[in-house]
Design a protein around this ligand. Structure first.
Ligand code: DOR
Ligand code: ZN
Length: 334
């Protein structure tokens, strides 16, 4: 089968030694990817965006057609002038991390109203606001639902601001996004379409599927799958592929994040096929995200062949999602 080359509208490419390995996996699957800014130090300014983009482009394998879509972090100290500069340098979105809710979110946002001038400037500049939708301090399973009132308030006060609720994990979040206007969408990850909290802590602890927001109940996963295969343009792929070295996962203080980049398309094809929804896949992976971001659709097709393969235990020191499992579909290499 063929699939228009895809957009991953939420990915962590990392930096330093990790970047080359992650990028090599990402470009096999994606034509474009929205690159998260929670590096250390973070991507905050136009200069940071330009430097990070260049470090990605410098590592692109020769002849590979891949476009990183750059983001910046929206932090309490972000200024309106910076927003204008960020737009001018080609950033497409700002990512807001509430304080302390995930990897490198220390010093994040606690007062969502205080950033109204920033949302206003982003609305005027046509920048997308990407929200990590979890409320700091709430009980971990309730963090997403407790955040939804913040999303509703921003959406009501900035009707022309494009807002993405990233990595939605609950039925409540899906219903909330459905009820809001066309300026509000949500990304869905592959891992949240596959797993529930039981896969993380129901038997022996599996640190490799521990992520933020943590996977929820089977009923939530059912609603996420229904949204992904619904053909509703508000829901599109954002993998939140978030690699951490095995030593940072298998330890006393394991990092949050699931590394889905190496299995992205085969895992999605298998899931959509299982649900009799292959006809809806291309819209989810390659159309709705691009349309929401106002981008042209990617040229070119991925060719998928029915060729079983076993997901390796490790790529460049990181254990990928579904490692050791047999997948039915392979991407045909050129
Ligand atoms: O599990 C996660 N890992 N969730 C995030 O929001 C960030 C990510 C990371 O950067 O590791
Ligand atoms: Zn993320």
């Amino acid at each position: 089968m063929q699939l228009r080359r895809i957009d991953d509208m939420h990915v962590h490419l990392r930096q330093g030694d990790m970047l080359a390995g992650v990028l090599a996996q990402t470009v096999k699957q994606c034509a474009r990817a929205l690159v998260m800014p929670n590096t250390s130090p973070a991507v905050l300014t136009a200069e940071d965006v330009v430097n990070y983009r260049q470090s990605i482009l410098d590592l692109l394998p020769v002849g590979v057609d891949f476009k990183p879509l750059m983001t910046f972090k929206v932090v309490p100290s972000t200024t309106v002038l910076q927003i204008k500069e960020l737009k001018a340098c080609g950033a497409v979105a700002g990512k807001l991390y509430p304080d302390g809710v995930t990897t490198n979110s220390q010093g994040g946002v606690t007062d969502f109203k205080a950033l109204y001038p920033i949302y206003q400037a982003m609305q005027e500049e046509g920048l997308v606001l990407c929200l990590h939708g979890e409320m700091p301090g709430a009980f971990s399973l309730d963090r997403e639902s407790k955040f939804l009132s913040v999303l509703q308030a921003i959406a009501a006060d900035f009707p022309d601001l494009k807002i993405v609720l990233e990595h939605a994990t609950t039925a409540e979040a899906i219903q909330c996004v459905q009820a809001l206007g066309p300026n509000v969408a949500a990304t869905l990850t592959v891992h949240h379409l596959y797993i529930t909290l039981d896969d993380v802590i129901g038997g022996n602890l599996n640190p490799h599927v521990f992520c933020k927001p943590v996977a929820k109940r089977p009923e939530d996963r059912d609603v996420l799958i229904a949204a992904a295969i619904s053909g509703n343009a508000k829901f599109f792929l954002g993998s939140d592929s978030a690699p951490h070295h095995i030593s940072a996962k298998e330890c006393a203080c394991g990092a949050a994040g699931v590394y889905t980049a190496p299995v992205l398309v085969p895992a999605l094809v298998e899931l959509f096929e299982k649900h009799g929804a292959l006809a809806k896949l291309e819209r989810f992976t390659s159309e709705f995200g691009a349309n929401f971001y106002g981008l042209p659709l990617n040229e070119g097709m991925l060719i998928l062949e029915e060729k079983h393969w076993t997901v390796p235990d490790e790529y460049h020191g990181v254990k990928p999602f579904l490692s050791g499992l047999n997948l039915k579909w392979s991407i045909k290499e050129n």
